[in-house]
Design a protein around this ligand. Structure first.
Ligand SMILES: [Zn+2]
Length: 335
């Protein structure tokens, strides 16, 4: 296969420049060039392609892969929670943003049909279903979908957006949580997703926020797992190109309630691959088990109170205001 030589942004066609040509890849021995667009300001990896094999390796080791090990924990914890959606909202701003937006819309009395695309292990779909939403989770991995059905119930399908469209399905809200940065063909995927929206429907897109780290080269997962790094400008361009209006979810309430330290970007020379050249994990990072005391404090809600108290005392080096390390865009299809 020939490596495409990007002279133009694959999203908007503007000129690009090289940010670095020695970006660390997910697997040892892979090196990527990172380019930045002078129009939509997106950054992307070259070559802009990924094989299924790397995801098979990640999910075969999911409990030990840094960055993915938490998903394994959430998948188990939601089953032990009385309000699994509240639990997930307290863990990560992506879940907080999507769930608070959907709850607000439902508050107006709307009965919403929701699709989660790329639902993976399915815990977020499960949490939304437990909260009363009519929700379906879809993923292209048949293993993930059968696992989710077994754990949580019949809310899942192993299918593509094209098949859903052919069946005439339409949704009031389509969730793409930390998915878009993985896709080689962003336009093709977004076009299909938008075509599944009912009139006035919304696409909820969360992704690592490039504008949170204006001086960093690539402060997101190594390519080819993450192929893109977007900020508000790129998401605004994508919305317009696909006939949608855009707004961004304000993280001020999340940042005020939960203490999120602002971690400095890692210098490119210090970045290490996740897998060695043979595809074995370079360092296994299982999350420590949750102690019985902590579990009790979490379930009783005391932990939330302790967090709020701690949060009130820390004023330095934390995320504050409407922005944060994750960007959450609402792309609305006009009636
Ligand atoms: Zn561009």
């Amino acid at each position: 296969m020939t490596t495409p030589n990007h002279e133009q942004c694959p999203l908007c066609g503007s000129g690009v420049h090289v940010v670095t040509d020695t970006a660390t890849g997910y697997q040892q021995g892979m090196t990527y060039t990172i380019l930045e667009c002078e129009g939509c300001r997106s950054s992307f990896a070259s070559p802009l392609e990924v094989s299924d094999e790397i995801y098979a390796r990640i999910y075969a080791n999911v409990a030990n892969v840094p960055g993915y090990n938490r998903y394994d924990r959430y998948a188990r914890e939601v089953l032990a929670r009385r309000r699994p959606l509240d639990y997930l909202m307290a863990q990560e701003e992506s879940y907080w943003a999507v769930a608070s937006h959907l709850r607000q819309r439902r508050g107006g009395g709307e009965r919403l049909s929701v699709l989660e695309v790329g639902c993976g292990m399915g815990y977020f779909t499960h949490a939304l279903a437990q909260d009363g939403f009519t929700v379906t989770g879809v993923d292209i991995s048949s293993e993930a979908v059968s696992w989710a059905r077994e754990q949580y119930g019949p809310y899942y399908a192993c299918t593509t957006l094209g098949e859903l469209r052919a069946r005439g399905e339409r949704y009031d809200a389509i969730i793409m949580n930390q998915l878009i940065e993985h896709l080689p063909d962003v336009h093709g995927f977004l076009a299909e997703a938008v075509s599944l929206l009912a009139p006035g429907g919304e696409l909820l897109v969360t992704t690592p926020n490039k504008s949170a780290y204006p001086d960093a080269a690539w402060e997101t997962d190594h390519p080819p797992v993450h192929l893109w790094w977007f900020g508000e400008e790129a998401l605004t361009y994508l919305a317009e190109r696909h006939g949608c209006t855009v707004s961004f979810i304000d993280f001020s309430p999340f940042n005020a309630a939960y203490l999120r330290p602002k971690l400095p970007p890692v210098p490119p020379a210090d970045k290490r691959p996740v897998f060695d050249a043979r595809g074995e994990l370079l360092s296994s990072q299982p999350l420590p088990p949750i102690s019985p005391l902590r579990s009790l404090l979490e379930r009783s809600g005391i932990m939330d109170f302790l967090r709020a108290v701690r949060s009130g005392f820390v004023t330095d080096n934390r995320w504050e205001g409407p922005r944060g390390p994750i960007c959450a865009a609402v792309l609305r299809r006009e009636e």
